[in-house]
Design a protein around this ligand. Structure first.
Ligand code: TRP
Length: 441
């Protein structure tokens, strides 16, 4: 079977950015940052993104590009059999993430439908919270949307790499940027908004603690799609001539830009409407309708916003499913069609439990966490950091010769940094991740 390739370098960058930019930046980033007190947490997040994040991004993509294999194959290619275990854990991690990701993806469809119907344009916080709560705690309704989201994801993956994934990523990213800019202007000009902007941007270091370090790292891995072989898989569709480092830096830059813009869109509104910043997973869904209710053409903007949120989530969920699908195709020679359908069904089943844990199953907890929180914690705060350790070790020790040979002087500043980066990957990065993990466990 001939391996799929991206149509162009830009296509690759946009597809990878499409994977990174999703619910992580627009749904998870604002509520987690707000919960941890704003500015200081943002600073931690940025520190981690521009040290560990960017190195792991380059390492993952280059390892994938050189090996031209799914994560399992790539780990095996460079490290031999025992290393393949890290690849298996990555695939499992992708499976688990998509199981709960699709539940939230379903929420975006629900809100899209609601905004088309026009029933959510109000700034009454009680009512908005009530719409949100009664939806997510309903035993059956969210499951339909969860199923719909999973079905759309599977059908894009079925269409294959270039026709499916690349095409939808290309057109909509620019539109998302523009819309967020418009919404920031509205949000920042609401009365009382300034306090929210300051909360988001001004670090208050007295709020820092070790647990936040792990949360910030988990959030960085999640928002950049790192640590489970996703970027490795996308890298494996990059032709040999293309140079990776600058593309990787673009992807990180675009994602961080969206995160910060989203923060500026949401937190000022949260303060202006008097919502509690520690509201939790509902934050984006509850506050944005209030913003729309205060702007001309609000109905139009709300439809556009939830549509783009849905598409952003879709380009990410597709990347998760692609990892799982690519693994079964590469390792067992199974057909794309069968794999995608069976996996979608299995992930849907696991997601049912995640969805119910917002409602009927909320009382059942383990270590004080619901099933949804447990999946989230396990993947973001344990499995992805573990993957980060493994991929930096692999790049630094096993693949470093081949990576160095690939780095041509014309591909920007990173080749000149490689000798230092090599040691960063070999020792400092794995140790740093390990320390953060140990300190907060
Ligand atoms: N980064 C995506 C988001 O923010 C989610 C995602 C896609 C992901 N692929 C991943 C997270 C791989 C971790 C690993 O919505």
């Amino acid at each position: 079977m001939v391996r799929a390739v991206w149509g162009s370098r830009l296509g690759f960058i946009l597809a990878a950015a499409g994977s990174a930019i999703g619910l992580g930046a627009i749904w998870k980033f604002p509520y987690v940052t707000a919960k941890h007190g704003g500015g200081a947490f943002l600073l931690l997040f940025l520190l981690i993104v521009f040290t560990l994040g960017i190195s792991i991004m380059i390492a993952e993509m280059m390892v994938g590009q050189i090996a031209q294999k799914s994560p399992v194959g790539a780990y095996r290619h460079f490290g031999g059999r025992p290393w393949a275990l890290a690849g298996y854990i990555g695939v499992l991690c992708g499976f688990l993430i998509l199981s709960f990701y699709s539940v939230i993806g379903g929420w975006t469809i629900f809100y899209l439908v609601k905004s088309v119907e026009g029933g959510i344009l109000t700034s009454d916080m009680l009512q908005l919270r009530q719409i949100f709560e009664s939806f997510i705690t309903h035993p059956v309704e969210p499951l339909w949307y969860h199923a719909a989201f999973m079905a759309v994801t599977a059908s894009v993956v079925l269409a294959g790499v270039q026709k499916g994934i690349e095409r939808i990523s290309k057109s909509l990213l620019a539109l998302l940027f523009l819309l967020i800019l418009v919404l920031i202007v509205r949000s920042l000009t609401l009365p009382g908004a300034l306090e929210g902007a300051l909360y988001f941007l001004m670090p208050d270091f007295s709020k820092l603690n070790a647990q936040m370090l792990l949360e910030a790292m988990g959030l960085a891995f999640f928002s950049l799609s790192l640590g489970m072989g996703c970027m490795m898989t996308y890298g494996s569709y990059v032709s040999n001539e293309t140079s990776i480092p600058r593309s990787a830096a673009c992807v990180v830059g675009l994602t961080v830009a969206i995160c910060i813009l989203v923060g500026l869109m949401i937190l000022p509104a949260v303060f202006a409407f008097g919502l509690n910043p520690a509201e939790g997973p509902g934050l984006t869904f509850i506050i944005m309708p209030a913003v729309f209710s205060h702007m001309g053409g609000g109905a139009f903007f709300s439809v556009l916003f939830f549509f783009l949120l849905f598409v952003a989530a879709l380009t990410s969920s597709v990347s998760l499913m692609e990892v799982v699908t690519c693994f079964f195709m590469d390792e067992f020679g199974l057909p794309r069609l069968g794999v995608a359908i069976v996996m979608a069904a299995l992930m849907f089943a696991v997601g049912i439990a995640a969805s119910l844990s917002f409602g009927a199953w909320r009382p059942y907890t383990l270590f004080g966490r619901s099933f949804f929180d447990l999946l989230d914690y396990l993947t973001s705060n344990l499995m992805m950091p573990f993957g980060g350790i493994m991929v930096t070790l692999l790049a630094g020790w096993k693949a470093c010769g081949e990576i160095a040979a690939r780095l041509k002087p014309e591909s920007g500043i990173i080749p000149r940094w490689w000798p230092a980066m090599k040691w960063f990957c070999r020792i400092i990065a794995p140790l740093l991740i390990l320390l953060i993990l140990i300190r907060s466990l």
